[in-house]
Design a protein around this ligand. Structure first.
Ligand code: ADP
Ligand code: MG
Length: 238
């Protein structure tokens, strides 16, 4: 089958030193799809994302991003193809203002697209507007998560990898991040979102892949996962 996959990982094995972390992981995300990558802490979600973003190159198998083989490519090269990655630790510049964090990240997308400006970010994330002159290091966890997503958008990516965007945030902030991801989805971008929390993904993702001990153990729609008590009990913390 030759669906236009935007992310394709096929049979990837990833090692950290001598320890193997991923075992033949297959993951395919189509154009415009929002895919949840679910699994318990330590299952291999972040490693899968790092493999796709070029930070943990696989020893076996291949990765393609937007149709280009990227298996051994450097992270900056993969970013330039159009992949935006918000890692677990968010990585904002703590000693710079919110606005400087955004401006530093501004660059056109791979096809010259420049739909995101600072003004559009403030429209999309009104909560950031009054914080524009605040040092990023002084923001709350939720505000930093929004800034991290906003920074990534300033590079006009067409594929987004979000690693546990709800982690450690208060429920009200989780709702806001969720609402924002829904609006992003409507712009037609392709999203892969890693989460331990299936409930957070129910209204965001169309499809779900579950990983456990470095292996894919379930693939289906998010509704099928919700209805599958066995998989949820076995592989997801509830
Ligand atoms: N830099 C590293 N060096 C060695 N082992 C690591 C490293 N990062 C993660 N691991 C191990 O790899 C496994 C998968 O981790 P990770 O991909 O971060 O899982 P998840 O994101 O699902 O919580 C875990 O057993 C973790 O301890
Ligand atoms: Mg992780």
């Amino acid at each position: 089958m030759s669906a236009p996959y935007v992310i394709e990982a096929a049979g990837i094995d990833v090692f950290y030193g001598a320890s193997q972390i991923l075992f033949g992981v297959d993951l395919a995300v189509s154009q415009g799809q929002t895919m949840a990558l679910l699994g318990r802490n330590g299952a291999g979600k972040s490693t899968t994302m790092k493999a796709i973003a070029g930070l943990a190159p696989p020893r076996r198998g291949f990765v393609k991003v937007l149709g280009q083989e990227t298996t051994k490519r450097k992270p900056y090269h993969i970013a330039r193809i159009g992949l935006g990655f918000v890692p677990e630790d968010r990585q904002v510049f703590p000693d710079h203002s919110v606005e400087d964090n955004l401006l530093i990240a501004q660059k056109p997308g791979p096809d010259g697209r420049d739909e995101w400006s600072v003004e559009r970010i403030y429209e999309a994330f009104p909560l950031l507007t009054p914080l524009r002159h605040r040092l990023a290091g002084r923001l709350s966890g939720g505000e930093q998560q929004m800034l991290a997503i906003a920074r990534m958008l300033m590079g006009n990516p067409s594929v987004l990898l979000l690693d546990e965007p709800s982690e450690g945030l208060a429920p009200i902030i989780v709702q806001r991040i969720g609402a924002f991801i829904r609006t992003l989805r409507e712009t037609g971008v392709t999203i892969l979102i890693a989460e331990q929390n299936m409930h957070f993904c129910l209204s965001l993702a169309s499809d779900a892949t579950v990983i456990d001990k470095g292996q894919i153990v379930f693939r289906g729609t998010i509704a099928e996962l919700k209805a599958n008590d066995d998989v949820r009990q076995r592989y997801l913390a509830l």
